[in-house]
Design a protein around this ligand. Structure first.
Ligand SMILES: Nc1nc2c(ncn2[C@@H]2O[C@H](COP(=O)(O)OP(=O)(O)OP(=O)(O)O)[C@@H](O)[C@H]2O)c(=O)[nH]1
Ligand SMILES: [Mg+2]
Ligand SMILES: [Zn+2]
Length: 317
């Protein structure tokens, strides 16, 4: 058997980077840049055919490049929703929302928000958590930039999520506080750091793994809207095992196929009361005998979370 034939026997790998049709695939022998075999590229969702986090079979070619033969079925995915550029959807007949997969096969999502600069949009965090619940992706809340606020302020903002049962990690990429617990949570897993732009996702990774040198936004740019320092998702190998995706800032995750009547199932804080409502199809909005509204009134459900529930249920963004 020639060495070429030996090299051509397909092996399994993980896509760690995806850029303009080129995919970096990692296996025990190291990374190799691959293309996807032509016959795999069909259908309207080409761009999402293979992406970061996908498990693939591939062959190493004599020229040092590689060819992806197949993409294994996904266990799940974290999908970003973004509006199409103006006019484009109308011209091409595409649907209004374009989606792209942030990370395939995630073991968990770490939703990063800043305590300040930018001020946290907790309604957005609530939506992210619903998407994670609906997709069965365990979620962790990371409250970064604690150095910018009083400890009580940070607790007042994010402590409620711990009460609900989410793991909340308070961090400062600037001082190093909370970095060790975050590192421990990431160990051995395939995780995505996701959140709005400028909250410090890349900075946190640099703190977790000194020497990475991922580019972060200069302070002078930090408050400028619409600027993203991280442009393409990339998987970073952790020294202690596992991979973490540094992703560009997002405002919205894809939230669809959720029946309004099932939404309460994705609020772990509302769920215990749902079965006690007078009507089985209670919307928890105005019905008499609604146990959820009663729990809000008693302070057993956070009013802010209940309001998020109503907003999402009404289809508001
Ligand atoms: N004070 C303080 N500043 C921080 C902290 N973490 C990050 N920053 C600053 O916040 C700015 C944005 O940080 P990035 O790491 O680029 O944020 P990002 O979330 O990766 O942003 P995108 O890549 O655009 O999505 C930079 O100026 C960082 O130096 C922190 O814990 N405390
Ligand atoms: Mg970044
Ligand atoms: Zn109800």
């Amino acid at each position: 058997m020639s060495s070429v034939e030996i090299a051509a026997s397909p092996s399994g790998g993980l896509i760690t980077k995806a850029l303009s049709g080129f995919f970096t695939v990692q296996d025990e022998s190291g990374p190799v840049v691959c293309k996807v075999r032509g016959r795999l590229k069909r259908g309207p969702r080409d761009s999402d055919l293979a992406t970061v986090g996908d498990r693939v079979t591939f062959v190493r070619l004599p020229d040092g490049s590689g060819m992806i033969d197949s993409v294994l079925p996904r266990t799940g995915a974290l999908v970003r929703r973004r509006p199409s550029p103006k006019g484009r959807a109308a011209r091409s007949g595409e649907s209004e929302d374009r989606e792209s997969v942030i990370l395939a096969n995630p073991d968990q999502a770490v939703f990063v928000f800043a305590c300040a600069d930018p001020a946290p949009h907790l309604g957005m965090l609530d939506r992210f958590l619903v998407v994670a619940e609906a997709n069965h992706i365990p979620a962790i809340v990371c409250a970064n930039k604690i150095d910018l606020v009083q400890a009580e302020t940070a607790r007042a903002l994010f402590g409620g999520y711990a009460t609900i049962g989410y793991t909340v990690i308070f961090t400062s990429a600037a001082t190093g506080e909370g970095i060790e617990p975050l590192r421990a949570r990431l160990a051995g897993k395939l995780s995505a750091l996701a959140g709005p732009s400028g909250v410090g996702k890349s900075s946190l990774l640099n703190a977790i793994q000194p020497g990475l040198g991922i580019s972060v936004r200069r302070v002078s740019q930090a408050t400028q809207k619409g600027r993203h320092t991280t442009v393409h998702p990339e998987l970073i190998p952790l020294a202690g095992g596992g991979w973490v995706a540094d992703t560009p800032g997002i405002r919205a995750l894809a939230l669809h196929d959720i029946d309004p009547y099932e939404l309460d199932g994705y609020f772990p804080d509302l769920l215990p009361f749902v079965s006690q409502c007078g009507f089985s199809d209670c919307s928890h909005k105005h019905e008499a005998g609604c146990a959820v509204q009663a729990a809000v009134a008693r302070g057993e459900v956070q009013a802010r979370r209940y309001e998020s529930f109503l907003r999402i249920r009404a289809g508001q963004t």
